[in-house]
Structures are given as C-alpha cells and as structure tokens.
Design a protein around this ligand. Structure first.
Ligand code: ZN
Length: 292
C-alpha cells in the first residue's frame, strides 16, 4: 500500500492507493496554517497513523508540497504557505514517521499522476502544466519523474516571456507566471471592478470587448510561452492542470497559438485536459513510490 499526502495552503489531503492504483482510503482536513509548522507536521503524522491503523499495516509515504525544494539545504523555498519556507520538512517527517519518505513539489506530483494512469498514460514524454494562482510544470519520461539536479526541471513559469515586463515575486520581471496565472489574466482589468479569472472568461464569451481583448492576448502569450517548452523538450503530450485548465479556449484557440509558435510546420504535440482533476496531486504523491 502507498499513502499519498498533498499538503496545500488550505487543506491537507491524503489517499491510500493499492497496487492497481485504486483509492482504498481518502481523508481531508484543513491545514492548521495559523498554528505553525509543528502543527502541520503533527497533522500529517496523525493522518498517516490513522490510515495505517485502518489498514493494519505500515505503508510507504509520498508527500506533495507547495514550492521548491532546495537541493542545497533540503529545505523548502518559494512556498506560499510561508511557515514552511526554510524548513527541512522531509527530514523532520522521516524522523517522526521513522522511515524514508519521498517528497516532491505539487506540479511534479500532478505530472507524474497524469503520466502514470491519467490523461497522458499512453505517452512516453509528458509535460504537466499547472496554471492557477501560479504557473508550474513537471517532466515525466517513461513514467519516471525527471526533477533535475537543481530540482527545477519543468519550471517554465519563471522563463522570461516579456523582457522588463511585470514584476514577479522571484525577483525577475516579465516571467510567464505573471501573465499566465489567474492574477496574470485579470492584471489589466480595472482595479475598481473586482473580477475573477473565471468571470472574465464568461464576460468575454458574452461579447464584452475589453474582456475578449484580454483573453485573446492571454491565449497568444500562452502559445508563445508553451512553444518554447515544446521546442526544447518535444513532449508527446502536454497535460493541463490547475484552476485555469478549465478554460475551454486553451484547447482550441490556445492550442492553435501554441502550434503557430512551434518550430515545426506539422506540429503534433497533444494538448490534453487532466483526468484526475483535484486528485492528481495526492495520487502522484503516492505514486512517487512504484507499485509492488
Ligand atoms: Zn518569476
């Protein structure tokens, strides 16, 4: 049995997968962010113990976390759950759980899940894309994650798309994430008319010219940014995840924009919707361990 835990900013989700990849147990609880790091660790340990007492056996544990993992210190960085930053969460959990665990960032877990038994299971080289509050990605080759020696493989969200463009939290300007995230989509909408990314799409579809213009520019930038990934990796398939992956235009106009920018006049990269939805992250965390 494999336990997967997805540590998010608002909730901690856990599943137990059997060797066939079927979900045996599932549990979800709020992340005790206000109580700090130790309380978050306790919640995870508690969830693992709960699963194991129901199973009557010990299991292998994989964890998906927000942010990047420093290869230098093993600590987390760039996490929006700020109390996790700088903490060696893998080492601390291994001590508390008394076993080796596997830990990856959430975009890598998403990509692994969709490549193993999700939308891209028939493809050899898969690029998983997360577009939501941020923009991330992960690379899976022959059902094995390629994280890279610096643990940044697939992080296309911080490629520069527009030089001297919008400021990014990473310290650079014009990163893909500042244009292709939810906040990036509504960035040029008037501040005195609060709107969500989803509402902007609905407005554009119902004929609002200003909204339609923003959506068009967004799709052009999507094409330009994703084409640079394809030119380097040439994946068989790209799987879309995160809140913005629900935008239908990505798979029609967006896909055309991607192919327009790719260095090939007969592009055939498949652009796919995810299969497992919100569960991709937690399934991928469990799948950091192979089935027996
Ligand atoms: Zn950046």
């Amino acid at each position: 049995m494999r336990i997967g835990i997805d540590l998010g900013g608002t909730k901690i989700e856990g599943v137990v997968l059997d060797n066939a990849g079927d979900t045996v147990l599932r549990y979800r609880q709020p992340t005790p962010v206000s109580q700090g790091y130790d309380a978050i660790l306790f919640s995870i340990v508690d969830m693992v113990s709960g699963f194991e007492s129901k199973l009557g056996q010990r299991a292998r544990v994989g964890i998906g976390v927000p942010g990047a993992i420093s290869t230098h210190t093993g600590g987390l960085k760039n996490s929006n759950t700020v109390c996790l930053n700088g903490k060696s969460i893998k080492r601390d959990l291994e001590r508390k759980l008394d076993r080796e665990i596997r830990l990856e960032n959430d975009a890598n877990c998403f990509s692994l899940s969709e490549a193993i038994d999700g939308a891209a299971q028939e493809y050899a080289v898969v690029f998983g894309v997360i577009m939501g509050t941020g923009v991330g990605g992960g690379i899976v080759c022959n059902k094995t994650l390629h994280a890279g020696p610096q643990h940044i493989a697939g992080e296309w969200g911080h490629n520069v798309l527009i030089s001297n463009g919008r400021p990014c939290y990473c310290g650079k300007r014009g990163c893909v994430e500042t244009y292709l995230s939810g906040p990036g989509l509504i960035y040029d909408w008037p501040l005195d008319q609060p709107i969500t990314a989803q509402q902007l799409i609905i407005k554009a579809d119902s004929g609002d010219k200003r909204a339609a213009r923003l959506v068009n520019v967004f799709l052009q930038r999507f094409g330009q940014a994703l084409a640079t990934v394809i030119n380097i990796l040439d994946p068989d398939a790209i799987v879309m995840g995160g809140g913005l992956s629900n935008i239908d235009h990505l798979y029609t106009t967006g896909a055309k924009e991607v192919m327009r920018h790719v260095f090939n006049d007969e592009p055939r990269t498949r652009l796919l919707r995810n299969k497992h939805g919100d569960s991709s992250g937690v399934r991928g965390a469990a799948q950091l361990w192979p089935a027996d």
